[in-house]
Design a protein around this ligand. Sequence first.
Ligand code: SAJ
Length: 436
Amino acid sequence: MDKMLVEFNQKIKRKQLKIAVVGLGYVGLPLACEFAKQGFAIFGIDVDRDRIRRIKKRESYITDVSEQTLSRVVQRGYLKASNDFSILKGVDVVLICVPTPLKRRYQPDISYIISAVKEVAKNIKPGTLVILESTTYPGTTQEVILPIFGQQGLNPPEGIYLCFSPERVDPGNKKYPLVKIPKIVGGINPESAKLARLIYKIIIRKVVCVSSVRVAETVKLLENTFRLVNIGLIDELAMMAHKMGVDIWEIINAASTKPFGFMPFYPSAGVGGHCIPKDPLYLYWKARHFGFAPKFIRLASKITSAMPGYIVSRLEEILAARNKSLSDSRILIIGVTYKKDIRDLRKAPALDVIDILQKRNVKVSYYDPIIPYLKFKDIDLKSIRLNQKNLAKFDCAVIVTDHSAVDYGLLLKSSALIFDTRNVYSKVQDKKIIKL
Ligand code: SAJ
């Protein structure tokens, strides 16, 4: 094993280490670019030909990768993109960053991992280091991936070095870019973990090795289960606070003055994105195989999934208090992406809110400064222009996602009624503002 460490160290020093990244999405492309920025030959692979075409044309399609960065690493020949896995022949390291969605009935879908690993196994040389970054349930690396390499005669210790290292990318987070986020690494054996530490130290300041791939897989799921459960908790307390006639936002902000033992979470129309709604359900699914049903995960998932319906019921209540019926009202949804200032609609709660309203034959429109068109299920809408004339047409504007670019002054001045689910108007006293 020391031979491999020495060999990797030498190749790193001479910038001769060949690194491949499979999956060039919001995790893989930034990762590939960070290694390329350090002067390493990066072979990027993605099955989406449009991504390959755009990389070759130096067009970034990922928020966290600037056109300037992409252009530089492509122009200098550090980053080569292809949809042909045969370019893996001769590489030293392969990082796999492919999606891990859910199937029907909340079952994990690791088909993207399996198909990528099969292609990798067919093309790499013995002694390659393979690191899976895609979030998955504990056991995937050891029980599913390792045997696929075995079928190609690539077995530890010398035939394959295999690790799991959870992606911790937070899209759009300028305070914590990839290089500043400590990297967790677990290997199928200590040798693999040591090699992975060497690789990540090229771009990331802090690398934390844990004792196994299963621990590394579970770390990530704990992180995101922690978030889902706490968001579910604050959603439930927000519903309770409304019944009790107390302001949940004032309560959270006051509790946040406690310098220890508390971390604020905020109620909203629901939990969107590609991580938080899904990752805990991977853990739930695996735990069931051990005869254990995590109650908190199930409960948090249930409460957060019901929030879009709660928002509609509150809206109905707000209008009824003004002798208006939901079905006779015109509703404007402000902000439709899953998270503030992030152009991503995956599992965005606003889509569920709009879907529920449309199913109840409510006249609903939306405004979102970064999403000009919305096509989803039976939804086919164009964002309105935010101006006084248009705002006056609506009985109530519902702030679902609080993008920075919205003109909240104009919204306040020109709207008849505002249901503010994000506490945007925390400092404004006005009867036409109703808080979640
Ligand atoms: N949300 C709430 N209340 C909160 C926090 C979030 O309703 O207090 C909602 C958001 O509106 C959004 C969803 O939950 O719809 C997810 O929000 P998020 O802040 O967790 O953002 P994500 O989905 O981008 O989560 C990512 C995760 N990163 C990775 O999985 C690598 C997560 O681990 C990070 O902690 C999170 O970013 C972050 O901190 O921003």
